[in-house]
Design a protein around this ligand. Sequence first.
Ligand SMILES: [Zn+2]
Ligand SMILES: [Zn+2]
Length: 363
Amino acid sequence: MKALVYQGPGKRSWETVPDPKIQKPTDAIVKIDTATICGTDLHILKGDVPAVKPGTILGHEAVGTIVELGASVANFVIGDRVLVSCVSSCGQCRFCKEGRYGQCLNGGGWIFGHLINGVQADYARVPFADNSLYKIPSGLSDEQVLFLSDILPTAFEVGVLNGQVKPGDTVAVVGAGPIGLAVIMAAKLFTPGKIIAIDLADSRLAKAKEFGADATINNGTENAVKKVLQLTGGLGADVAIEAVGVPDTFELCAELIRPGGRVANVGVHGHAVTLHLEKLWIKDVTITTGLVDTYSIPQLLSLIVGGRLDPTTFATHRFPMNEAMAAYDVFGDAAKTHALKVVLETAATVSKPKATVKTAVHA
Ligand SMILES: [Zn+2]
Ligand SMILES: [Zn+2]
């Protein structure tokens, strides 16, 4: 089969590799129909994630069809269309039993395109299939559910639920890239009073408005704390959600939060951050962190079935799977291409009606 292979820092290739095989009775082999590229894949390519060994197939977000099942897989049959979660779950360890799949002790957690071969390929081996795949309700297109592999559950669980967004809240979202936009989309499920998006790029702030932000602040040209205070009667935001992963944006969240408010960190940090406890302790501020568990996938699927959630707006560009190399170029140059999510489709899925409704608008 063909796959997108990490070849060490700065190097990737689209090449022929051996087909995956069932290794354990709990495995499934999934034919990948649709996949997408994640900011994490770019981090890996930069060499930021040394656990990823050269020769690893990248990718952890996909929709596919089961073509082979290990002997003990009970919840699926061959031919089922499934969503592959970015997080695998053994279903049996203490963390999986409490829904904390990201912390799985038995070899689950984030493993695709990280510790084992990923899903930007014709086929993928899915360990712990019973607990790590989700059957796609009939009538939904691949693209309607694809972003439930990672960005929507990440935004919902680590941002909106950890931040305890409530009806009427003022929610400040710091960072308006794909994850920040997913936070805005997920926060709207709770009918906040106001969503304020903060970013350094006007083009991303314009996107944030499209996704439902009520106010935007460019913190390169405006004083974000001052503006949030103005917008909140001098109190600060009820919830601040960090969706970048650098020290400045986390510290900004801690500055613009109201007394008793909640800061939810979603960003992936690579550097130490200063926690101004000397200012925060007296303000009753709650700070949460987390890795996505994807326990909310069934709930998010129900919202899509019910017409309450439409993540297809994230798909800005589409490529056939065998043009994955070009797709990476476009996704990696998002400042110019304005790519949010780049969809990779295998030949059979390219012409599905729903997947072609919205074509690439940012050439
Ligand atoms: Zn991802
Ligand atoms: Zn587990």
